[in-house]
Design a protein around this ligand. Structure first.
Ligand code: ADP
Ligand code: ZN
Ligand code: ZN
Length: 747
């Protein structure tokens, strides 16, 4: 027997299968990891992608597989297919794509199961318990051990636990083992994430009519193994309950399900919801797990011990077989697409897995992405709608506040009069409030009020950002820190201050206006530790604070029944970002944030402060009018020739050498030009093609250039995208290059 192996070297030259002989006595399956000799190396890791019983090569040239690394396939055959799909569509090597399918630490055997010694009572008809006790009557320790073990459910106990109860009893154990009353062995221990989070009530609510009718479409699809849905449900319409019922139905059919959630902030709550309904049947995969926990969860899934996997982006590669349902919650989130190599989009991978496993795809959002909604319009997805909140609760009243007027009236505070009144009312009623501060694009930089000097990073062409914790300036691109200067290095003035509104500043203001009111702050600074998110959210839920102040991480999916007021301190901070999706992002974020208010009986109120009150994304978000936003935005994208009508491909070059990087970008540009020169039929689809310095010209001392292509999104243009990627892959001495497709934020 022979097998085809992909070796674990991410280089194009070896991006193909190599044939090996399977030696006598070794059983291999497709997807197993193996050690094979390669070139002049004695041994290298690889993955078996096919097994054959014949081979065209002369016997003498074929080498033997050395050994299998596990006794099970680490990569399910179905996932090999997915890796091949990724290779074909994101222009990486198969090895790079395969590496997505199993924990990184398995490579080089850097992780192992956690094991502990356990002991098991060995009894049978000939060796009964009474007889065993009788024999050990004169050995009190051994006698006690037998008693302890007999008292457990299955006669098994950890040795450490036994010693804790009886004092050191290892000699006695050895003795019992010798006479075969017990066996002592290594037992695998499971590292379990989230044991500390108390689970919520696990009772099933009665479904609303909307939930019922949506499920009536989804459930038959699960049974038939076919269907792709986009669930557009306003915030608070009860999408989670739909997920839970659909997943449960799937599990009852003996099939499995993946639920993708966007971000850490959402995970603890979603996880405890699912855990309280599915218990041990649900596994969790996300980036905050320790390596050990992640590995153990992965293996639990791989062994088929769970029906449900909940996780962030990479959980789409969970090694589940027999998938019946894949759910992508908050499907509009950009975190579902990875722009690291290999680039992939979890929604697209989900679709592929569904097609291959005859499973149902369910994308859901209160603010669907332009792309998904357009696909639903075309009939690629079945659109399901939940336009109303659970139990007839109304959407919050949104007040748009023009901050330019506030300023002209002499109000220089971060709060408008209206927001302050609303907050006072909420606090007096004993309810809770959320104040949202959008930090993205609203850097709190330090500048001199006298001469205008702004503190820049020494290594990057960006301003340093002020951090109240430690009172330091930090560069967000390279991490460099420096103290805040007391006098301006340019003019010597002492009027050097930080500008922009940060969470700390807002918290200080709340304390000033409402002394004695407890607050919580949730931002990058307060959530560094493991589980910090979960702990802060839990404290807010328990009313340890009345006001929570936070950044985007509080925007999504959180459900706090007592929050009746939401203040959006600066709604338009991200409208001016150099990203064609700025309006879409603004709409999504505002709708999601506003959706946190009034989710229980009391109606919610939202105060939205802005300097651009007439902007369509702010107007439509204030009414939670997705369709109106969608129409305006699609019209604008069509007119300005942006995705989904076009594809933007960007090759970024970086180097410490300013000349070399320019040359490299220029020659990349020349290559793509030549490519287009030979394909006249493509030229009419080019919107623009240029080579230029990046908007941020220097990061971490490296100079940066880019080749930017915008081309109409048609199948015939895919070749050009592939060419761009291929060009970025051409190695240039001391210059790094990557190809980004529809990049977010051109920095
Ligand atoms: P969405 O994700 O659509 O914004 P959620 O799933 O968070 O909404 O649901 C909003 C709230 O309504 C939650 O508190 C949830 O527990 C509650 N809820 C959902 N379905 C029902 C139901 N059928 N009956 C009562 N309460 C429900
Ligand atoms: Zn100055
Ligand atoms: Zn820097």
């Amino acid at each position: 027997m022979y097998c085809q192996v992909i070796v674990d070297i991410a280089h194009e030259d070896v991006d193909r299968v190599f044939i090996y002989r399977i030696p006598e006595g070794l059983t291999l399956e497709v997807g197993m990891r193996v050690h094979v000799p390669f070139g002049n190396r004695k041994s290298i890791e690889g993955i078996v992608v096919e097994i054959t019983d014949s081979c065209d090569l002369p016997e003498a040239r074929i080498k033997d597989v050395k050994e299998a690394l596990e006794d099970y396939p680490a990569v399910l055959p179905e996932l090999i297919g997915i890796a091949q799909y990724i290779k074909a569509h994101s222009f990486c090597t198969l090895t790079q794509a395969l590496r997505l399918m199993y924990p990184a630490q398995m490579r080089g055997q850097r992780i192992h199961e956690k094991k502990q010694q356990a002991v098991q009572l060995l009894l049978n008809e000939e060796k009964t318990y009474t007889e065993a006790l009788e024999k050990q009557k004169r050995a009190p320790r051994r006698y006690a051990i037998l008693e302890e073990l007999h008292g457990t459910e299955n006669g098994e106990m950890l040795v450490s636990e036994l010693c804790e109860r009886l004092g050191n009893c290892r000699d006695a154990l050895r003795n019992l083992e010798k006479s075969q009353y017990v066996s002592v062995y290594e037992k695998e221990l499971q590292r379990k994430p989230y044991t500390e989070i108390e689970s919520l009530s696990a009772k099933d609510p009665v479904l609303t009519e909307q939930q019922q009718s949506v499920l009536e479409k989804i459930i038959p699809a699960i049974d038939n193994g076919k269907g792709q849905f986009l669930l557009y449900g306003v915030t608070g319409s009860g999408k989670t309950e739909v997920f839970i019922r659909a997943v449960r139905h799937t599990a009852r059919q003996g099939k499995t399900a993946i639920v993708l959630v966007p971000e850490i902030a959402l995970t603890p709550q979603m996880v405890s919801w699912f855990r309280s309904r599915f218990g041990e049947d649900a596994a969790v995969l996300h980036s905050r797990l320790s390596i050990g926990e992640r590995y153990d969860e992965w293996r639990r899934i791989r062994r088929g011990e769970v029906h449900v996997v909940i996780g962030a982006r990479s959980a789409i590669f969970a090694p589940l077989s027999n998938i019946g349902l894949i759910i992508v919650d908050e499907e509009h989130e950009q975190s579902y697409s990875s722009d690291r190599t290999p680039q992939y989009d979890a929604r697209v991978i989900g679709q592929q897995r569904c097609l291959r496993s005859r499973a149902v795809l369910l994308l859901a959002s209160a603010t669907p992405s332009m792309r998904s909604f357009a696909l639903a319009g075309r009939g690629d997805y079945t659109l399901l709608e939940m336009p109303e909140r659970v139990k007839g609760r109304s959407l919050p009243d949104v007040h748009i506040i023009d901050m330019r007027k506030e300023l002209s009236m002499g109000n220089k505070s971060v709060f408008s009069g209206q927001l302050l009144t609303g907050l006072t009312r909420c606090i007096e009623r004993g309810k809770q409030a959320i104040l949202f501060v959008n930090r993205r694009g609203y850097a709190t930089f330090v500048s001199c009020r006298n001469c205008g000097y702004v503190v820049h990073c020494e290594h990057c062409d960006v301003t340093m950002t002020f951090h109240s914790v430690g009172n330091v300036l930090r560069c967000h691109y390279c991490g460099q820190e420096m103290p805040v200067p007391e006098i301006c290095p340019e003019c010597g003035s002492t009027h050097i201050k930080y500008f922009g509104v940060g969470t700390q500043r807002v918290e200080d203001e709340v304390h000033k206006y409402f002394p004695g009111v407890a607050t919580l702050r949730m931002d990058n600074d307060t959530t560094q530790q493991k589980d910090a998110h979960a702990i802060l959210l839990e404290r807010f839920r328990r009313h340890e604070a009345q006001v929570m102040i936070g950044t985007q991480m509080i925007a999504k999916g959180l459900d706090f029944p007592d929050v009746t007021m939401v203040g959006i301190v600066a709604a338009d901070a991200m409208l001016n970002l150099p990203d064609y999706r700025a309006a879409e992002r603004t709409f999504q974020l505002l709708t999601q944030v506003a959706g946190r208010a009034g989710r229980a009986e009391t109606k919610g109120e939202v105060f939205l402060q802005t300097y651009a009150p007439e902007h369509y994304s702010i107007q439509t978000a204030s009414r939670q009018d997705y369709r109106a936003f969608y129409e305006s935005e699609m019209a604008r994208r069509r007119q300005t020739k942006y995705p989904p009508f076009t594809v933007i491909v960007r090759n970024v070059y970086e180097s410490l050498d300013e000349n070399k990087v320019h040359e490299a970008a220029q020659s990349g540009f020349d290559l793509i030009q030549t490519f287009f020169d030979r394909r006249a039929y493509l030229q009419k689809y080019i919107i623009y093609l240029r080579v230029m310095p990046c908007p941020i010209y220097r990061i971490q001392d490296k100079y940066r250039w880019e080749v930017l292509l915008s081309i109409v999104d048609l199948p015939v243009c895919e070749e050009a995208i592939g060419k761009m990627s291929e060009i970025a892959g051409i190695p240039v001495d001391s210059v790094a290059s990557v190809c980004q497709i529809n990049p977010s934020g051109l920095m």
